[in-house]
Each structure stands twice: as C-alpha cells, then as structure tokens.
Design a protein around this ligand. Structure first.
Ligand code: NAD
Length: 354
C-alpha cells in the first residue's frame, strides 16, 4: 500500500501507528481533518485479515467522521482509531491506548465503537483526558441517535407529503435494537403504524408488545408498501436490487453506510424515493457527545435540543440537492465540505503596508 497516495485520496492530514510490545497493542489512528476543531471518532476493535485492510478502514471511517461532524454543525474534525491484530483485551492494552491518545496532545478525542465496551472506555480514561461518551458524562448515545432519526423521519415526510407529522403514517423499521426500538417508541407515541423486522425474535416481540408493531421476516420488509423505510440494523442494506423494488416514498434510518454501491443514491432519486443521507440522520450520537464540551458540561436537555436540529439540516440538504440537481448524498457531502472550506485558513497574505 502506498501510504501517502492513500492519504491523498480523501485529503487525510495524519496517519499514526502505535505499538506497545508489553500489551500487544497495535493501534492505527487516522486523522482526516482538523480544520473545524480536534478530530473525534470512536475506537474500533475488529478482525482484519491484513494490515492494509485495517489502515483502509481507519482512513475511510475517519473521513466519514469529518463529514458527520461537519454536517452536524460541530466544531470537530474526523478521526478513527483502529486496533489491529486481534489482541487479548486487558487493562494494560487500554492504558497503552490511552497513553498514545494523550501523546497526540488533544488533536484526537476517542470513545466507544464496534468491539469496545463501556468498561474498556473507562480503562482508557484512567490515563487519558481525551476520552468522550463515558457513563459519567454523556453515556449511551443510542437515545440521542434514535431521537435524531425520528426528526429525520419527520423531515422526509415534510418533504414528500408537505406535513411532518408521523400520525397515521406507515413506517418500516429494519433492526429494533437500541436505536430501532427507541425510534419505535417515539413513532408509536405519535400514532404511526409500524412494521418491523429483526433477526432476533426477542427484539421483534418487544416491538410488537410495547408498540403494536406488525412483524415481518427479513427480506419481506423491503417488499412492504409504506411511507418511510428506516434502516436501523447494519450497513450496506440499500443494494441496487432492493432499491429497484422498494415501495416507500422515503428512507431515513440510523444505520451507518446504508448505501451498498455508489450508484444507489442516483437509482433512488430516479425512482422518486427521497434518501436522507445516513451520516446526517445518525448525527444524534456525536451531537450528544459534543455537549460535553459546552459550558457547565453535559446537559441532556440542551443536547437533545441540538439533536432536534437534524430536521433543519436535512431540509437544507434537500434544498441543495434540488437547486444543484445532485443526489441528496452528494448534497450532504457538499454542505459538510463547504463548511470546512469556509473555516480553512486561506493562503498567507502579508498585511497591508508590511
Ligand atoms: P444494536 O446492535 O443495538 O441493534 C441492531 C439490531 O439490528 C439488533 O437488534 C440486531 O438483531 C438487528 N439486526 C442485525 N442484522 C439484521 C438484519 N440482517 N436484519 C434485521 N435486523 C438485523 O445497534 P444500535 O445501537 O441500535 O445501532 C443500530 C445502527 O445505527 C447501527 O448501524 C449503528 O452503527 C448505527 N448507529 C448507532 C448509534 C448509537 O448511538 N447506538 C449512533 C449512530 C449510528
């Protein structure tokens, strides 16, 4: 792999490799952009077949964090920490990680992501002041992520029906885990009709019992007629094949990386299905964390008020997409990148008369 070529592709600023022999920690920290502020992004522990895969993942995910933070109106850049080599978890491993993040001097903040528990995060925080999303501060972000997704459902409904209300609307929710089930609570509370699918029957039973959801089997959800599809399970769900038969008017869900292949946003637009880009919809988690940095420290009501603004952000993305005749995915990326450009220091100009 050509490291600098890889960094140049999406304009990464910095790529760090840390190794702690005693604990076996091999850590990759990708910093995409710090124009808006310190780079933030969770730490991921995942199995990779080879080093290059882990590096690519760190690069790709940190770029995604830059976009998400920027479009969410936060003064943060994007980063991602990836633990490579399937090490055995231990206090020493997370202490080493915490020391390495500390050594970056505040350029990078991190916290939980796939494969990392709240306990792991506490271990990092024992030696590092740059850890966010701890139990004692903003804690579990899934409620905020669900509330943001609910606001996104309202935003797409406003766009396609002229009314934001979910009352009487039929919403299809894929994945009723932490985010999906809370989303069902919010939607049902306002009289939406729910259809859900999940590979875990205990979760669908809960959705049926608590919120009157109708349960269908996996693939059948994508054949249902409805107002909004809300993917809240895993990524890559919007394949070209599924998109060709969807019977919904809009898509707004919390899952990361919903689009399976690059042509999907255009296919959705061609079919007249409004797509709310996932990294705008699911910004609730990071917006909630960002409240830790505001005066007085984390305040849940202030954080939720900020999450609610996902509604206006999406309306802006839809406006840009229409005006510039581009997909909503491209529009969201534009909104994020323009915000960064506006803050980037320009070329050096000597002061007048100097
Ligand atoms: P979770 O693990 O609690 O829930 C995911 C649910 O999806 C589980 O119930 C699982 O059984 C189900 N599922 C998995 N594969 C499925 C499939 N093929 N078909 C149907 N259901 C399936 O995760 P979560 O915290 O609720 O997050 C949901 C999504 O939102 C993820 O993509 C996550 O990355 C994203 N997200 C979460 C947060 C957060 O704060 N939790 C923030 C931003 C984005």
């Amino acid at each position: 792999m050509e490291i600098f070529e890889a960094m140049a592709e999406q304009g990464h600023e910095q790529l760090n490799f840390f190794y702690d022999q005693a604990s076996g920690l091999k850590l990759i920290v990708a910093v995409h952009d710090t124009t808006l502020g310190p780079a933030t992004g969770g730490t991921r522990l995942w199995h990779y077949d080879q080093e290059a895969d882990a590096v690519w993942d760190a690069l790709r995910l940190s770029y995604g964090m830059t976009l998400k933070n920027a479009v969410s109106g936060l003064n943060f850049g994007g980063s991602k920490c990836v633990i490579y080599g399937d090490p055995k978890k231990s206090p020493e491993l997370f202490h080493a990680l915490g020391r390495f993040i500390t050594a970056l001097g505040g350029r990078v903040y991190t916290g939980e992501d796939v494969g990392i528990t709240a306990q792991d995060v506490e271990l990092m925080a024992e030696v590092c002041p740059y850890i966010v999303g701890r139990e004692a501060t903003s804690g579990d972000p899934s409620k905020a992520a669900a509330y943001g997704t609910y606001m996104a459902v309202r935003a797409v409904l406003m766009e396609v029906t002229g009314q934001a209300s979910v009352t009487g609307r039929k919403i299809l929710v894929q994945g009723v885990g932490n985010v999906g089930l809370e989303l069902c609570r919010l939607l049902a509370g306002e009289g939406a009709r729910l259809v859900v699918a999940d590979i875990n029957p205990e979760r669908t039973d809960l959705a049926a019992k608590l919120y009157g959801a109708r349960v269908v089997d996996g693939e059948a959800l994508f054949q249902e007629e409805g107002d909004v599809l809300s993917p809240c399970a895993l990524g890559q769900v919007l394949t070209a094949e599924r998109v060709s038969t969807l019977r919904v008017r809009a898509i707004a869900g919390s899952a990361n990386n919903q689009v399976a292949t690059p042509e999907v946003p255009a296919l959705l637009a061609a079919r007249g299905i409004l797509y709310a880009p996932d990294f705008v919809v699911n910004g609730g988690g990071v917006i909630n964390i960002a409240d830790e940095f505001l005066p007085g420290g984390y305040q849940p009501s202030r954080a939720m008020a900020a999450v609610a603004r996902i509604y206006e952000r999406l309306r802006e993305v839809f406006r840009v997409a229409k005006e510039e005749q581009i997909t909503t995915e491209q529009a969201a990326e534009q909104v994020a990148l323009r915000r960064i450009s506006a803050h980037r220091p320009g070329p050096y100009l000597p002061a007048q008369g100097a």
